[in-house]
Design a binder for this molecule. Structure first.
Ligand code: KE4
Length: 432
């Protein structure tokens, strides 16, 4: 596979951009080799600067759930840009998307738009602290809630990939206010709550975790957190930046039957444009400025072009619930094929899967939290990643990321991925 253009662009990029990328996990540090520079995308395919075409399972880390360059979203953006790109004043469309989110997400009565998932989670934590008058938060090891200081403690995603789950630059003061527990460990949460009685503002969790690779909540785990929060007056925040509008119209809460106090959203909500949001109970959200004392602001929050893309995406998903059946079916078809291939080769690596998200862990252990995810052989993952890339299948360049399917995948694409997977396993394992 020819990658000359990408190699030249990467050398050039490193001269003016730290690490040559605008987000660390894109740099291929965890899998070796140089990142590929993408030129365009359509449907299930990415096209790089050297003219290679890849069937891809990142979908911009979640947003492109309908595949790339979907006509409904692109049309909305084309129409929006003719009326100026930004006003910095309230617009009708911001009301429309807020009403749509409230109608789609059961736990959200009011919502504030921001420009990224990080802004959403940072704001949600500040609001929970302002609303409760308490200072500490609990997060879970391996969960990633964006790069806000409070969250870069035992953080997942690129932080694990780059080996800095506790980043330099986060002060001791901030770190002391962030308590961590292992995912799926209710007893550890109870111990933290008892030891910090009356001083925990919020528990924030990825209700289905995608940033240590995909890890699912055990039976009763989310309900247990709900009970702990109810008893201790703690705000329960589901960070659905990744899962929101992907696993179900109403997010994880719809499927697991646990209602959180606040929800953070991103990715799909912008249809590929920069939009984040945090929302929840009216009594909490009315603490946000200018309705209340908790300050949060943003020049481009509610941007008319980004909101137009998000509105088109959410209306499409809201009006076509069969989209989720298709995502579910594609996910089952692909993962069943991957598992069958592992069995045929006598390999018992772990695959965690839900709906249109999955992760193949190069470990034989059940992966239920950060510690078990880290038993994976990341070097082997890197060889598998490169082998799949040579077969023109583009995966997330880290063991500690979930993969995402889009409705643009065809049955033929799924068969091609399974075949490439089988050949790659043979290449990196059976012959090793
Ligand atoms: P952004 O600030 O990247 O829009 O969202 C942060 C965020 C918050 N919460 C969850 C559950 C998330 O998954 C994310 C961002 N996800 C990563 C992918 N694991 C973004 C990819 C990247 O960092 O380049």
């Amino acid at each position: 596979m020819q990658t000359t253009q990408s190699q030249q662009l990467f050398e050039r990029a490193k001269k003016t951009i730290p690490g040559g990328v605008n987000s660390p996990v894109r740099a291929f540090r965890a899998v070796g080799g140089n990142p590929l520079f993408m030129k365009s995308a359509k449907g299930a395919y990415l096209y790089d600067e050297d003219g290679n075409a890849f069937i891809e399972l990142i979908n911009s880390w979640g947003p492109m759930v309908l595949g790339h360059a979907h006509e409904v979203v692109e049309k909305a953006v084309r129409e929006a840009i003719t009326g100026s790109l930004s006003f910095g004043a309230p617009t009708r469309k911001e009301i429309e998307i807020a009403e749509l989110i409230v109608s789609m997400v059961p736990s959200v009565e009011k919502v504030r738009l921001v420009n990224s998932g990080t802004e959403a989670t940072m704001s949600a934590i500040r609001l929970a602290r302002g609303y409760t008058g308490r200072e500490k938060i609990i997060k879970f090891e391996g969960c990633y809630h964006g790069h806000g200081d409070s969250f870069l403690i035992a953080a997942g995603s690129g932080a694990i990939t780059m080996g800095v789950p506790d980043s330099p630059g986060v002060t001791k003061g901030v770190a002391n206010d962030t308590l961590t527990a292992p995912y799926n460990d209710l007893e550890a949460v109870r111990t933290l709550v008892e030891a910090n009685s009356g001083n925990i503002a919020a528990i924030i969790i990825e209700p289905v975790a995608g940033n240590m690779g995909l890890v699912l909540p055990k039976e009763g785990f989310l309900a247990g957190l709900r009970a702990i929060c109810d008893k201790a007056g703690i705000v329960l925040i589901f960070d659905e930046v990744m899962t929101g509008f992907r696993l179900a119209k109403g997010g994880v809460q719809e499927g697991f039957g646990v209602l959180q106090d606040m929800t953070t959203l991103g990715k799909i909500i912008g249809g590929g444009m920069p939009v984040g949001a945090y929302g929840g109970k009216r009594e909490i959200m009315d603490f946000v400025s200018p309705a209340g004392p908790v300050y949060q602001a943003g020049t481009l929050s509610g941007n008319p072009v980004a909101v137009s893309a998000g509105l088109a995406m959410l209306h499409y998903l809201n009006n076509r619930p069969q989209t989720y059946e298709k995502l579910e079916s594609l996910g089952n078809q692909l993962v069943n094929g991957l598992r069958e291939s592992l069995r045929d080769l006598g390999l018992n690596y772990t695959i965690n899967h839900i709906g249109s998200m999955y992760s193949l862990f190069f470990t034989k252990q059940e992966v239920i939290d950060f510690a078990t995810a880290k038993t994976s052989d990341t070097a082997l993952f890197g060889r598998y990643f490169q082998s799949m890339l040579r077969r023109e299948i583009y995966l997330a360049p880290s063991q500690f990321e979930s993969l995402f399917l889009s409705t643009a995948l065809t049955d033929e694409n799924v068969r091609t991925i399974i075949q490439a997977h089988h050949e790659s396993l043979q290449e990196v394992l059976v012959k090793a």
